[in-house]
Design a protein around this ligand. Structure first.
Ligand code: ATP
Ligand code: MG
Length: 455
């Protein structure tokens, strides 16, 4: 008996015993909105270069998704039937890169076009390519465009634009999902997450970036399989974190990660403080404020540094450890140093943090104790430190979120604006102090009339 199957399954055709390949919906030029004027010159050069050499050449993936949703692609990826060596020969300034995926980078000034050869599907029985848990280790077996489409992650990332006749190929219901603003994995979600757990983070990221919903069948396994991310190399997770938080939609990414139970994997100590500490609202506010600042800076074309972001993400942990060490009698500076080392060590179990960033994070944290000590010529020495600005911004963030009573940040704002004579006068009024950051006082239920001062 014939049963009606949903969506693209109806268009699957048989091939061999186990692989069933999709037949694409092909939309001719007058039936879609992808136009060559929206494609960068370098990308067009690569597409035409391949085409003229007799190869198939398609624009693929994220750039088409972004163009169809009114966004601006940040890069253009090309898929072809030409093997990497042939692509490399064809373009003078190009290089084969990658081990897990071998792709060719073609360089045009500061632009890079990524050219990937159509890849075959993972075979369940191929032990060379898969770990015991089903994770893909290598993915360099070349295949057809149909296979290539099925091994992409989400339907919204699997459209192909053919430079030969400007048609748009839709193998897996991509256009419908874009229209419905829906993120859906291609194939069986659990298998696809086991092959590459980073797809869970990618789901979170695209949901945040596009403001799309994650299809329930794609979302559900994430809550059960989130711990598979521990198998992913720490350096790759570091890169993914940067894409989540430095792509201009950090606030949404944070919400998305929290909602999917992925923040607790990437930042276990942070997630713990957001759930269980007495100050959880403070930390949530601090994070959101930091993410908003990051997004606002990026929107204005200003630079952002992973060090500042990571300094924020690890701060609740550093702060708790620091407080404990101070309470046990350790002076502020060594306590902060020790707290920083411990927090960094724990985070490095999950995501790497290159030294050039962790050393800046340490400076930012160390300044949180040092910014209290302003008497004599200390303030002047601090303000000329290379990391002063980041430490000061961090202090403002802590005050803004209510972790600290406001005051110190404002003092430093005025100090920076002041004339040298005024600076001296300001510093002379500050009493030498131990340099420990004060906790915000809890408001008493019945404020006493004389409770104005903090000292
Ligand atoms: P953006 O560049 O905006 O982050 P993108 O979709 O271009 O988004 P890339 O990481 O550049 O993402 O990857 C390019 C394409 O490669 C994707 O659109 C997708 O088709 C495919 N792809 C990337 N990562 C994976 C993965 N982990 N599993 C399967 N396919 C993937
Ligand atoms: Mg891309």
């Amino acid at each position: 008996m014939l049963r009606k199957l949903p969506g693209f399954m109806t268009r699957l055709i048989g091939r061999g015993s186990s692989t069933r390949l999709p037949v694409p919906d092909i939309h001719t030029r007058d039936h879609h909105t992808i136009s060559r004027k929206d494609i960068s010159k370098p990308a067009l050069d690569v597409l035409y270069g391949l085409h003229k050499a007799g190869y198939k050449a398609f624009l693929v993936g994220g750039s088409l998704r972004d163009l169809l949703t009114g966004g601006h692609p940040k890069d253009f990826d090309v898929a072809t039937d030409a093997p990497p060596e042939a692509v490399e020969k064809l373009f003078r300034r190009s290089r084969i890169i990658g081990r897990r995926f071998r792709i060719v980078h073609v360089y045009f000034g500061r632009d890079v076009i990524e050219v990937a050869t159509f890849r075959a599907l993972a075979d369940d029985h191929d032990e060379q390519r898969q770990s015991d848990d089903g994770m893909l280790l290598r993915d360099n077996v070349y295949g057809t465009i149909e296979e290539d489409a099925l091994r992409r992650d989400f339907t919204i990332n699997a459209l192909y634009y053919n430079i030969a006749d400007f048609t748009l190929y839709d193998f897996v219901g991509s256009l419908k999902d874009i229209e419905k603003r829906r993120i859906r994995l291609i194939g069986d979600p659990e298998t696809r997450y086991r092959e590459d757990p980073v797809r869970m983070l990618r789901a979170a990221r695209f949901a945040a970036k596009m403001q799309f919903d994650i299809d329930p069948a794609t979302e559900k396994p994430i809550h059960q399989l989130n711990e598979l991310l521990y198998q992913v190399p720490a350096a790759r997770l570091f890169d993914e974190v940067l894409k989540l938080f430095l792509g201009g939609y950090a606030r949404q990414s944070l919400a998305s990660l929290q909602q999917l139970g992925l923040l607790e994997i990437l930042f276990p100590s942070l997630a713990h403080h957001l759930h269980d500490s007495a100050d959880k609202q403070v930390w949530q506010r601090m994070l959101e404020a930091a993410m908003d600042n990051t997004d606002a800076r990026l929107a204005r074309g200003k630079p952002v540094t992973p060090a500042f972001l990571y300094a924020v993400l690890l701060w609740p942990d550093v702060r708790a450890r620091y407080q404990q060490l101070c309470d046990s009698g350790m002076p502020a500076a060594p306590a902060m140093n020790k707290a920083a080392t411990a927090a960094l060590q724990e985070q490095l179990q999950v995501t790497s943090i290159p030294k050039r960033f962790s050393s800046v994070m340490r400076d930012i944290w160390a300044l949180q104790t040092r910014l209290h000590v302003r008497h004599g010529n200390r303030a002047e020495a601090l303000v000329t430190q290379p990391k002063f600005r980041a430490g000061y911004d961090f202090l403002l963030l802590r005050e803004e979120s209510g972790e600290l009573e406001p005051g110190l940040g404002d003092w430093w704002t005025r100090y920076q604006d002041a004339h040298p004579d005024q600076r001296e006068a300001m510093a002379s009024k500050v009493k030498p102090s131990g340099g420990k950051p004060r906790r915000k006082r809890r408001r008493r239920r019945k404020p006493r009339p004389d409770s104005g001062g903090d000292d």
